[in-house]
Design a protein around this ligand. Structure first.
Ligand code: UD1
Length: 344
């Protein structure tokens, strides 16, 4: 069996990265964080210490900087890498495509070159359900076609997957797991870490909890004239804590499976509409959400949810938390932010 103890986590101070650090430590791994803090906050490091009691080594530089990355590998000698570091705002990527090609593609290529130079054969990569576009059939399996992406962000995910596949093909000692996330929401149960969007949030749940906290006036539901039961868009929302656990399961799988590249959908396996999310939030917290129905958001797919059978069977992973748990935990986290005087 492959030795795997020390894991480099790029983007480890970010939303999904930080929750994964907690799980890695709980599972006996020794994570090392690389993050340039362009879209994350140093305060998360204190939060990680409070939850785990462990001081995780932190490197602050851009993952695209191959020279610094090589030095990090010399010092830390990791056994594997979980690569979260990437930009992920669909709309922003349309306005700033080169930023996305640099931050998402150049950094991945640098990382793969360094993995090759140092003969580190294990990679877990954060991809997204955005690679499917609007699928013809639901739920989507890993075999569903990857459609041409309308956004540079989505395209970087498709290209990144291809780059990793090609690398595994050319270097059979190398193994990779590509994880296609659906919609991660929620926060750690303690309320000590969670999602910290900079500025006005783009995503539904951060905007919703900020609205209930009084930071935003009202939530806009982007369209109620879709061909869905209540007219609003449907997504597959997954608790970030369940999602984090899948990364640890992926490392376990990599230990046993050399020379392979596998892709897995990670969602709850069911879809909820925007209006259902609002209702679930109200049921889970007893709070009322002030919302209005507005126009459709350009680029939104109408509906998508995952078939997660493959992750359940191959990774031995299963979600343990539901939509209500995730919304309760997101609200708990938002209340901690308010108590700390943080209004992003
Ligand atoms: C999309 C991608 C996801 C990617 C994420 C990055 C798809 C299917 N999903 O998520 O893979 O990781 O971007 O940001 O391409 N909504 C409102 N009001 C709001 C905000 C959102 O009604 O203020 C609605 C949206 O129309 C959508 C749902 O809520 O139906 C979820 O939106 P959001 O949280 O932004 O995530 P996606 O766009 O689904």
């Amino acid at each position: 069996m492959v030795r795997m103890k020390k894991i480099l986590v790029t983007g480890g101070a970010g939303y999904i990265g930080s929750h994964t650090i907690v799980d890695l430590i709980a599972s006996g791994y020794e994570p090392v964080i690389l993050d340039n803090f362009s879209n994350s906050d140093r305060r998360v490091l204190d939060g990680l210490f409070r939850i785990t009691g462990k001081q995780v080594p932190v490197y602050d530089f851009d993952c695209a900087d191959k020279e610094k990355l090589s030095k990090l590998f010399l010092v830390e000698n990791p056994d594997g890498v979980i690569h979260f570091a990437a930009d992920k705002a669909v709309g922003e990527s349309v306005s700033f495509p080169l930023k996305y090609y640099r931050n998402n593609i150049v950094s991945l290529v640098s990382l793969l070159e360094v993995l090759k130079d140092f003969s580190v054969p294990n990679l877990v990569f954060s991809s997204s359900c955005t690679v499917y576009g609007q699928p013809d059939n639901l739920p989507v399996t890993e075999e569903s076609p990857v459609k041409e992406s309308p956004s540079p962000y989505g395209y970087t995910m498709q290209v990144s997957e291809r780059i990793i596949r090609d690398t595994v093909y050319a270097h059979p000692a190398f193994s990779a797991v590509l994880l296609r996330y659906f919609n991660p929401i929620g926060a750690h149960r303690s309320g000590i870490i969670g999602e910290l969007p900079f500025g006005v949030p783009n995503n539904l749940v951060p905007f919703l909890v900020q609205t209930v906290a009084g930071i935003r006036d009202h939530l806009t539901v982007y369209g109620n004239d879709y061909s869905t039961p209540d007219g609003s868009c449907i997504r597959d929302y997954i608790h970030v804590v369940d999602l984090a656990r899948a990364h640890v399961q992926s490392l376990e799988w990599l230990k046993e499976n050399n020379g392979q590249c596998e892709v897995f959908n990670l969602g709850q396996g069911r879809g909820h509409s925007v209006l259902e999310v609002i209702k679930s939030f109200e049921d889970a917290t007893g709070k009322t959400v002030s919302y209005r129905v507005g126009a459709r958001r350009p680029g939104d797919v109408e509906q998508i949810w995952a078939d997660v059978t493959k992750a359940e069977e191959v990774l031995k992973w299963k979600t343990q938390l539901g939509l209500g748990d995730a919304l309760r935990d997101a609200w708990n986290w938002q209340q901690q932010l308010v108590a700390a005087g943080i209004k992003s």
